[in-house]
Design a protein around this ligand. Structure first.
Ligand code: C5P
Length: 317
């Protein structure tokens, strides 16, 4: 199918995420953990431009401060894997050159790689004129990684299973964040393994992720739009494991509290620390107060924002 593309090139954008709640159940036989999580999409984004080509290739560039050295350019690259999977399933006989412009910290616990996959799916779907729709792209996304479906959907959503079964949480409110990036990345499988190790060492039974009281508190806070209520409800079961592997995070969280953040937590598997502010001006003040210590590693962000979408499409001649 398809010997000439519908477009010459298409650019799509997908958002980063922060987990407002991350409940981690026991390790499953397949190595994954059942989660109950609440994702929020933030206005830090990955842009992927897919250009018609005979073969598949990828290049990665960074916006200010994004260290792209650790991003693989072979078939471990999630954008490339997304394009290859879509082409195989849809029977496309063209290739694509993918140009990834990273605005999300690499290995930072903010789903940068998953956002690349989401943006690549949306860009290639439009490049090849497939019009598969969000549901079909979400099914493909779940094969690529547990966070890819959320990067496609965006906004705020409860995730269960591996984090890939999504139900939206509707709100008209915006929340304002200060992110403190770490000097190094953490590997998601290593953080989950450290969580298992700490739990085993404690000798206490591992609770199921039960979608109970903690979830209801986060959902109510998001719907109400009250940042102080959200600050009280934030929690992350991977935080102790991330702090165990990167002990400096404890100091970063304390610095955020001292600087007046409503609350702070490690984002996902870390090591990015997300600090909640009461308003956009408060986020700017908080960031200014943290910059003398953390420099360029301090960013402001807001959410929720939409999921992966086409920014620009250039017509084939
Ligand atoms: O799905 P993804 O490739 O993003 O997951 C990376 C790793 O994180 C998995 O291989 C697994 O070790 C861990 N993980 C997990 N449980 C989840 C999601 C991820 O254990 N629900």
């Amino acid at each position: 199918m398809l010997s000439s593309p519908a477009r010459e090139s298409v650019t799509a954008r997908a958002p980063a995420k922060v987990n407002l709640l991350l409940e981690v159940g026991p390790r499953r036989d397949d190595g994954y953990h059942d989660l109950v999580t609440v994702f929020q999409a933030l206005d830090l984004a990955e842009d992927v431009t897919a250009t018609d080509a005979d073969t598949f290739s990828v290049e990665v560039t960074g916006t200010a401060g994004a260290d792209v050295d650790g991003v693989p350019l072979d078939e471990r690259n999630l954008a490339l894997r997304a394009a290859l999977l879509l082409a195989a399933r849809a029977g496309v006989d063209r290739g694509a050159h993918l140009s990834v412009r990273k605005g999300v910290p690499v290995a930072g616990g903010m789903a940068g790689g998953s956002a690349d996959a989401a943006a690549a799916l949306v860009a290639c779907d439009a490049l090849w004129g497939l019009h598969l729709g969000l549901e079909a792209l979400t099914e493909l996304g779940a094969e690529l990684g547990a966070d890819v479906p959320f990067c496609l959907h965006g906004r705020t959503a409860v995730g269960t299973g591996r984090g890939d079964r999504l139900v939206p949480v509707l709100t008209t409110a915006s929340f304002h964040w200060v992110l403190v990036l770490a000097g190094r990345g953490l590997s998601t499988p290593e953080v989950f393994a450290e969580c298992d190790r700490l739990r085993e060492a404690s000798g206490r039974p591992v609770p199921e992720a039960d979608a109970g009281e903690r979830l209801r508190a986060v959902e109510a806070a998001v719907r109400s739009g009250a940042p102080s209520a959200l600050g009280r409800a934030l929690s992350n079961d991977l935080q102790d494991a991330a702090c165990s592997l990167a002990p400096e995070l404890t100091g970063t969280l304390a610095a955020g509290a001292d600087a007046g953040a409503l609350a702070g937590l490690v984002s996902g598997s870390g090591p990015t620390v997300a600090l909640l502010a009461a308003s956009a001006p408060d986020a700017r003040r908080l960031a200014a107060q943290l910059r003398p210590r953390f420099g360029e590693r301090v960013r402001t962000a807001a959410g929720p924002v939409p999921g992966a979408r086409v920014l620009e499409a250039v017509r084939a001649r």
